[in-house]
Ligand binder design. Structure first.
Ligand code: AGP
Length: 609
């Protein structure tokens, strides 16, 4: 979740780096810093808190140069104070580094550097050991010093390095943390993420694990760990930097909620042929290969894992393959029964979530085929998977995931339908009817978004609540979990989601006068059961807001309020039902004046375990 930016060229390093860091704000940070090389010196500025604090400290015109590195930090080792912000300097001040990731053996390295070299550390971070190691090894050859230093460290890293007496080169190295180099005119860039450089260039190199990059103003050279030159194709980024801006909406989250009809349409329709056959965009999954799959594990975190819960129902129903959804942070520690016949479906918006990546690697080690659903081209998940299905949602900036979730669902429907059809187990009529329902979803989403005024009125009523419950059955359970997470993360209201049938096994003890329940009741076949659940909680004086399909008037009779979604098949209802819940969380957060796009303690991409 930290961001790295580097610049070398004829222009202002300060401007390029600060713009880059601003473009990376969505990654989340709690301090920031910048180092500029000038006349054999390294000038350093760091500040905790908002980037504006750092910008204010860099205003003087003599704080600038033609080479520099910058960083936004999200604390892992050491509190979010100025001293812990990057860049970190070597003890003699000759070397500056920025680092994303975690150095696992930093305690022993710190001990060695203190005992054997008398180094006095200035920060509590693991990252500072890298600066000190390079400082120790640096005897005129910066590249060799970086190589020697990374040989000592264990862990994950993307590191950018500069030295006071090397005014023409930035060195960078990567292992298990994202890193790119941007190709400019009369300048070149280094960054952890593509948006950092998009204002300046669309041509980039994606740096792979264990590679080392030597960047000068006219050249970018990539080497493998043995210093063999690597040739890399230039990736031309098509997406527009403007797409990452708010586009007239107050917040990215609102913009992204309203982008769902388009994102879903793109993700769906670009994969359908004229005859309504599913085209998996380059993924080769033959009938034999599908028949060979005896189990599907879906692994993901947070919102993506709730998409995964829906995936289980879809794979079992349409493809007839036993499936399980697991939280990525638990998966690899329970020795999962994965083998060559397992398909592991990893879902990740960012493609950089460490837990998901590690689960992916564990499944890969055990022989599974890895098929990922991911929103970021060139991300680690995308690159390490055997196959990738991209969600064409466009960049998702708000920490709270919305359009990534609904487009992840679309990918899961397509994959499950494709597999069922290829195996011959899914009757043609069922296949065609589900596809027809899916094709209506973008328009129906537009209809759902029109409930915003009703939702806003509800938000005005409920924003003072301290506790909220979400219940549902069948595919509404996954929606309940996702709805509850949305409310929690952006409003900080305590919310709890549970399968409705489980209520009476304990949680119903919490129900009393005016306890607020959101009841997801979109599944026709479970409708009667949901009505009984509503009666159960109403009898204990709960306040019930239901989400039901248009035409289901019985639910309105037993509920205090009802939000209707357009009529649709049970199978596709989760894609619609989640949207009013996103809007509700959004409007409650708005009333509470929360920092909607960047909720406290959260970051967009969680690159630590
Ligand atoms: C969603 O609103 C969250 N902020 C979070 O749960 C997120 O979905 C999770 O961290 C997974 O991220 P990923 O999809 O980028 O892997």
């Amino acid at each position: 979740m930290c961001g790295i930016v580097g610049y070398i060229g004829d222009g202002s390093a300060k401007e390029a780096i600060l713009t880059g860091l601003k473009n990376l704000e969505y990654r989340g940070y709690d301090s920031a810093g910048i180092a500029i090389g000038k006349k054999d010196k390294i000038l350093l500025r760091k500040e905790s808190g908002e980037l504006e604090n750092l910008i204010a400290k860099t205003q003087k015109s003599d704080f600038d140069g033609t080479i520099g590195i910058g960083h936004t930090r999200w604390a892992t080792h050491g509190s979010p104070i100025r001293e812990n912000a990057h860049p970190h300097l070597s003890a003699d001040g000759r070397v500056a580094i920025v680092h994303n990731g975690i150095i696992e053996n930093y305690i022993e390295l710190k001990h060695m550097l203190t005992e054997e070299h008398g180094i006095i550390f200035k920060s509590e971070t693991d990252s500072e050991v890298i600066a000190q190691l390079i400082g120790i090894y640096y005897e005129g050859d910066l590249l060799e010093a970086v190589r020697a230093a990374v040989k000592c460290v264990r862990g994950a890293y993307a590191i950018g390095v500069m030295a006071a007496d090397v005014s023409d080169t930035i060195i960078a190295v990567r292992k298990d943390a994202p890193l790119i180099a941007g190709i400019g005119e009369g300048c070149n860039y280094l960054a952890s993420d593509i948006p950092a450089v998009l204002g300046h260039t669309r041509d980039i190199y994606v740096i792979e694990n264990d590679e080392i990059v030597v960047i000068t103003k006219d050249d970018i050279k990539i080497y493998d760990e043995d210093m063999t030159r690597v040739s890399r194709d230039i990736m031309h980024v098509e997406w527009d930097a403007a797409a990452a801006e708010k586009g007239g909406y107050e917040d990215f989250m609102k913009k992204e909620i309203f982008e769902q009809p388009r994102g879903v349409k793109e993700t769906l329709e670009r994969r359908l042929t004229e005859g309504d056959e599913i085209w998996l965009d380059g993924i080769e999954l033959s009938k034999e290969e599908i028949e060979n799959i005896d189990r599907i594990y879906i692994v993901a975190c947070g919102t993506a894992s709730y998409a995964g819960i829906q995936g289980v129902t879809l794979f079992e129903k349409f493809a007839g393959i036993p499936s399980e959804s697991d939280i990525a942070s638990e998966f690899r520690y329970r020795n999962p029964l994965v083998n060559e016949r397992t398909l592991c479906v990893c879902i990740s918006q960012s493609g950089e979530t460490t837990d998901t990546l590690e689960a992916l690697r564990e499944a890969k080690r055990k022989g599974a085929r890895i098929l990922s659903i991911c929103n970021v081209v060139g991300s680690s998940v995308a690159r390490e998977s055997d196959d990738v299905m991209f969600t064409w949602a466009g960049p998702e900036i708000a920490v709270a995931s919305t359009k990534a979730y609904t487009t992840q669902l679309i990918c899961l429907y397509l994959l499950a339908l494709y597999m069922g059809r290829a195996k011959g187990t899914l009757p043609d009529a069922e296949y065609r009817s589900v596809l027809a329902e899916l094709k209506q979803i973008p328009d129906k989403l537009t209809e759902v978004l029109k409930t915003e005024d009703q939702i806003k009125t509800l938000a005005e009523k409920f924003y003072i609540k301290e506790q909220v419950f979400y219940i549902g059955r069948g595919m509404d359970v996954g929606t309940a979990f996702e709805a509850s997470l949305k409310l929690k993360e952006i409003t900080y209201i305590n919310s709890f989601a549970i399968a409705a049938g489980e209520l009476k096994h304990g949680t119903i003890a919490l129900v009393r006068n005016q306890t607020l329940f959101f009841v997801l009741a979109t599944q026709d076949k479970l409708y009667e059961k949901m009505l009984s659940n509503i009666e159960e909680i109403k009898a204990r004086k709960a306040y019930v807001v239901s989400v039901a399909k248009e035409g289901n008037t019985r639910v309105a009779k037993v509920s205090d309020e009802t939000i209707y979604i357009p009529n649709c098949a049970d199978d596709v209802a989760p894609i619609l039902a989640v949207v009013p819940m996103q809007l509700l969380a959004y409007h409650i957060a708005k009333m509470l004046k929360r920092n909607i796009d960047k909720p406290r303690n959260l970051a967009k991409s969680v690159t630590v375990e």
